[in-house]
Design a protein around this ligand. Structure first.
Ligand code: ADP
Ligand code: AMP
Length: 217
């Protein structure tokens, strides 16, 4: 299975990616997580990405695409993967298509998580992320047993710098102008399925797995 998750920031891509990838035993590849790791560890890649991320802009395509190419070449991605946060615009989608075609491969399905903008803002403003395992929580909707600590691994939870209100608004604009056109792009390719991503996390996971079911071999 080679799956892409699309939807606005805060739709629940990271949350669902965690469950779907473990259910299907494929790696979850989050470009946002890879960039954040590199920013935290002050790598060369982190230095290239930092200012764009702080503003809520997309990191330039050449930087992002090179990183994804390297990640997809790793052994664990050969039997399938779940991409979360990539592609983020039509040029990235075109490049991904070419990249996979080089290995006689292509995407199996693109799953769109559909949530309205007010809900997305509520979700992003209460989001907390685990420093150690990258699992996402929400202070109200999906709280850990101990505030500030990840139930899964005991890691420390933090609030992302780009989850401040003005940056959230800008990221939504970037989504609407640059990322939303992917919906039509993948619908034209005949590989788009959409699900209602509101309601409890477990219900969304069940809907996601049901929607992916026909594509499982
Ligand atoms: P994305 O990866 O699409 O930006 P996340 O998975 O990080 O979104 O989710 C954003 C926030 O919304 C997190 O705090 C998460 O705990 C919360 N969340 C995710 N799914 C749901 C849901 N079904 N109902 C309520 N809150 C949710
Ligand atoms: P995310 O964790 O998916 O919300 O991504 C956080 C930030 O990382 C985004 O606001 C961008 O600055 C950057 N980013 C993540 N994925 C991409 C991508 N595919 N293309 C460009 N920038 C990205």
């Amino acid at each position: 299975m080679r799956i892409v998750l699309v939807g606005p920031p805060g739709a629940g891509k990271g949350t669902q990616a965690h469950f779907i990838a473990s259910h299907l035993a494929i790696p979850r590849i989050s470009t946002g997580d890879i960039f954040r790791y590199n920013v935290t560890h002050n790598t060369e890649l982190g230095a290239k990405a930092r200012e764009y991320m702080e503003r809520g802009d997309l990191v330039p395509d050449e930087v992002t695409v090179a990183m994804v190419r390297d990640r997809l070449a790793e052994d664990d991605a050969q039997a399938g993967f779940l991409l979360d946060g990539f592609p983020r615009n039509v040029p990235q989608a075109e490049t991904l298509k070419k990249m996979l075609a080089e290995f006689d491969s292509r995407l199996t399905v693109v799953l769109e998580l559909v949530v309205d903008e007010d809900e997305v803002v509520r979700r992003l403003s209460g989001r907390r992320t685990c420093r150690r395992c990258e699992r996402v929580w929400h202070v109200l909707y999906d709280p850990p047993a101990q505030p500030g600590t990840c139930d899964d691994c005991g890691g420390e939870l933090f609030q992302r710098d780009d989850d401040k209100e003005e940056v959230i608004r800008h990221r939504l604009e970037v989504y609407n102008t640059q990322t939303a056109p992917l919906i039509a792009f993948y619908a034209d390719e005949g590989i788009l399925v959409g699900i209602d991503a509101t309601g409890p996390v477990e219900e969304v996971t069940s809907r996601a797995l049901a929607a992916l079911g026909p594509y499982l071999r």
